[in-house]
Design a protein around this ligand. Structure first.
Ligand SMILES: [Fe+2]
Ligand SMILES: [Fe+2]
Length: 458
């Protein structure tokens, strides 16, 4: 369990903070003067220390020096009454912040407590390092960092008022970045708006933190689903970005077990969202504020697969997991196709190109058979995701009764996804258009098609 120490001589503030923290799963202690604070820091091992620099006897600054000189390992946050406080007291803010995570300006007890509660959710928080200096108003500190070491996120899809699990940057030019949020602080919507108003479209974070980012997006989605007042839009945003970054990570670092776990969680969250919200159309209205073509294939295929499953009796947790991995990895074999084929729409391919394209399910199987702990069921989904009920599919042209049932689900979800992408239509229009094509009614299992429609109606 995490331990936190809050130090301040502002007694009523301290008392209220302490009461607020009682409701968290932190072990919290408070100290109302510097002497007591040093004693507690000496006796106990804290994960986080919040130090009000206005603390008296010993002064806040003395406590700060004490903590640093004794090599205290706690992550340190400083509290000051105003933004100008450092200057007014002749102190060098940058220097002090070199060994603290962040400076908080006059936080009220509620804000501080919710910040502390958020901290507890970061799994690898222990690895936190004091930050490099961040841009503050009126003063921008540029960092020379290689473009390749960053991962990009759309500002409109970036969740606001959440904890920053990594440092976030705005890009100024080639290899030039300015930090806008430090790891551990709350992401401010106001600030984000300011950046997007000034023409910035993206926010960046170090690629080495991508795993943690994905995991936190999953956690946020889970919490948003549990909170019934929460609009579906937050869940969709969180899962969309989690999925995209997961696909990037899979592509660049290979199929790591931890990533597959996160993939399962994404799908479990989607499934819970589909179950929770009676009317998926409402969620989709949030969906459609985004351009459906901006969703990755694997996100849409996972999402439609869970929608199909929503009303199927025999679906259990294990099935959802299998389906999640199948949907996530179904097209992994396309990575082995030449760029010139990957970019072409199926109907526009030459016969020769088609013959090569038809091999991608088998390429996928070959890739996955080298990955430990991938179940045969997942492999079958990947192998058969283009097989159709009427035997017109590839690579084997299997008849409906020979196709693995979960592969049929992914196949239907994949067909709908392709239709939406190719015709550049919204999800609901795509569903209508897709189902009005006769060949589709022959290709897919009628029971599953019914489930897909019911999934959106009920
Ligand atoms: Fe495919
Ligand atoms: Fe696909």
């Amino acid at each position: 369990m995490n331990r936190v120490l809050v130090i301040s001589s502002e007694l009523s503030w301290l008392k209220e903070t302490e009461a607020n923290l009682k409701q968290s799963n932190f072990v919290s202690e408070v100290a109302s003067n510097g002497k007591e604070a040093q004693m507690k820091a000496f006796q106990g091992k804290f994960d986080y220390i919040f130090l009000d620099l206005m603390t008296t006897a010993h002064s806040g600054l003395e406590v700060y020096k004490y903590l640093r000189s004794t090599g205290n390992q706690a992550v340190l946050f400083l509290i000051v009454p105003t933004e100008k406080w450092f200057k007014e007291n002749g102190l060098d803010e940058k220097n002090l912040l070199k060994s603290a995570v962040k400076c908080l300006i006059d936080p009220d007890p509620k804000t501080l407590s919710s910040h502390i509660r958020e901290l507890g959710r970061i799994k690898t928080w222990e690895s936190l390092q004091p930050p490099t200096v961040k841009a503050s108003d009126g003063e921008e500190v540029e960092n020379e960092i290689e473009d390749e070491s960053f991962t990009q996120l759309k500002i409109v899809e970036f969740l606001q008022d959440i904890l920053a699990v990594t440092d976030f940057y705005i890009r100024l030019g080639k290899n030039k970045y300015v930090k806008v949020f430090n790891r551990g602080e709350m992401t401010s919507g106001e600030q984000l708006l300011k950046y997007s108003n000034s023409g910035q479209k993206y926010i960046y974070f170090p690629t080495k933190d991508r795993g943690e980012f994905i995991s936190y997006q999953n956690e946020l989605a889970k919490r948003a689903i549990a909170d019934s007042d929460n609009p579906g839009g937050i869940v969709v945003k969180a899962l969309k970005t989690a999925n995209e970054k997961l696909v990037e990570e899979l592509r660049e670092s290979g199929i790591q077990p931890q990533l597959l776990e996160e993939g399962k969680k994404i799908c479990q969250n989607m499934y819970d969202m589909a179950k929770r919200d009676k009317n998926l159309k409402e969620i989709l209205s949030d969906f459609e504020k985004f351009d459906p073509s901006s969703f990755s294939d694997s996100f849409l295929v996972s999402f439609f697969s869970t929608v199909i499953c929503k009303n199927i009796e025999w679906v259990g947790t294990k099935t959802i997991e299998t389906l999640a991995l199948g949907a996530l990895l179904h097209d992994i074999g396309t990575m082995q196709l030449e760029e010139s084929i990957r970019g072409v729409e199926y109907d526009e391919m030459t016969d020769e190109q088609k013959a090569i394209f038809h091999k991608h399910p088998d390429f996928g199987v070959a890739t996955l058979s080298r990955v430990p702990k991938i179940s045969q069921a997942v492999i079958s989904i990947v192998q058969q995701h283009h097989e159709y009920n009427d035997g017109s599919g590839f690579p084997r042209g299997l008849p409906g009764n020979k196709i693995f049932p979960l592969a049929k689900i992914v196949s239907l979800a994949d067909g709908l996804t392709d239709y939406i992408k190719e015709n550049e239509v919204s999800v609901m229009d795509g569903l209508k258009g897709f189902l009005s094509q006769r060949e589709n009614l022959l290709r897919y299992e009628p029971e599953l098609v019914k489930n897909l429609i019911r999934g959106f109606k009920t």
